[in-house]
Each structure stands twice: as C-alpha cells, then as structure tokens.
Design a protein around this ligand. Structure first.
Ligand code: S3P
Length: 176
C-alpha cells in the first residue's frame, strides 16, 4: 500500500466491546500487516479458554499470561496487535506496549459497551449481577491507564469499522 507506515507494529487498547479486534483485522488487511490478538495468544499458549483461566486459576494468572503474550511479540514488526481490555493494568505491560509500536486507544459509549459485552458469556469480569455498574467501575479505574499508555484516542461512536480503521492508520502515519 502506498504511504503505508513503516513496518512497526500498531497496538489497539481499550475497554471490552470497543471493537479492537474488528478494527484491528481491517487495519491489518489495509496495510498488509499480520493481525494478532493477545487474548487468542493466551488461549493458544495455555490451551484454555479465557473464562476457564479465570474460573480454574485466577485473574492474576490470566494477567501473567497476557504479559508473556506481549513479550513473545517483542521481536516482531508489521503486526496489528489487538489487546485485552485489562492489558494496561500492569505497569510492565504499559511499558511493553510502547516499546512494541504505536498505541491507539479505542473508546465507545457505556451503552454500546454494555450491549456488546452482554451478547455472550465470554467475558468473565462482567458476569456479575450488575454489569452496568461493573463496567462503570472498571472504566473509572482504567481510563487514566489507557490515556497514559496510548499515543492517540479514537472515539468509535457513530463510526463504521472502516472509519475507525482509517482513523487509526491516519494517526499512525503521523507518528511513524
Ligand atoms: C478483559 C478483556 C477481555 C479479556 C478478558 C479480560 C478485561 O478482552 O482479555 O476477558 O480485563 O477487560 P477484550 O477486551 O478483547 O474483550
């Protein structure tokens, strides 16, 4: 693709349900980059679904696996890396993200997040009796962390996946 960013990585951070994977796949296709999803790496490396890791082991165990997944990407370039919504919780991860490439933060309205995360039972952290309240609390805790980790913020509200992908590529090109 003409004027593609140099083959550094592009990383997508943000809360569950903000479209990181969907946008990430499209960005990768547009740039001829490879798409990687840290959640998928964790599932592949452990042989367990994320819900199982939380239930049979612990959230801390899942976070350790997330860090290992990020570290395993250190020598790679030309990737679009979608990350789990809690990746910014660990300081080590935030530093790793920045070292890996350009970090874009995708946001969405609380209602949109709620509707998307309740579509299935794959996200253990919101399997509570009061998911809206849970989402609010997690967002309050995490927004400053996304903000500190990212080099740009893309509001996905009212945008198609195509528009989100183009906005990320535009921001990445300004930086690379
Ligand atoms: C999590 C988000 C999930 C997944 C796990 C924990 C979180 O990824 O990593 O369920 O802590 O926000 P998505 O953001 O892709 O849903």
């Amino acid at each position: 693709m003409d004027n593609a960013p140099a083959r550094q990585n592009i990383l997508l951070v943000g809360f569950m349900g903000c479209g990181k994977s969907a946008a990430g796949r499209l960005i990768a296709a547009k740039l001829g980059f490879q798409f990687v999803d840290t959640d998928r790496l964790v599932v592949r490396n452990t042989g367990l679904q994320i819900v199982e890791i939380f239930q049979k082991h612990s959230e801390a165990c899942f976070r350790d696996q997330e860090t290992l997944a990020l570290k395993s990407l250190r020598n790679h370039t030309g990737r679009v890396i979608a990350t789990g919504g809690g990746i910014v919780l660990r300081k080590t991860n935030a530093a790793l993200l920045r070292r890996l490439g350009f970090v874009a933060w995708l946001t969405a309205r609380e209602e949109v997040i709620l509707e998307r995360v309740l579509r299935n039972d794959k996200r253990p952290l919101v399997q509570t009796g009061t998911p809206r309240e849970t989402i609010r609390q997690l967002l309050a805790q995490r927004i400053p962390l996304y903000n500190a980790a990212a080099q740009c913020v893309i509001d996905t509200d009212g945008k198609t996946i195509q528009e989100v992908a183009d906005a990320v590529i535009f921001e990445a090109r300004r930086t690379f």
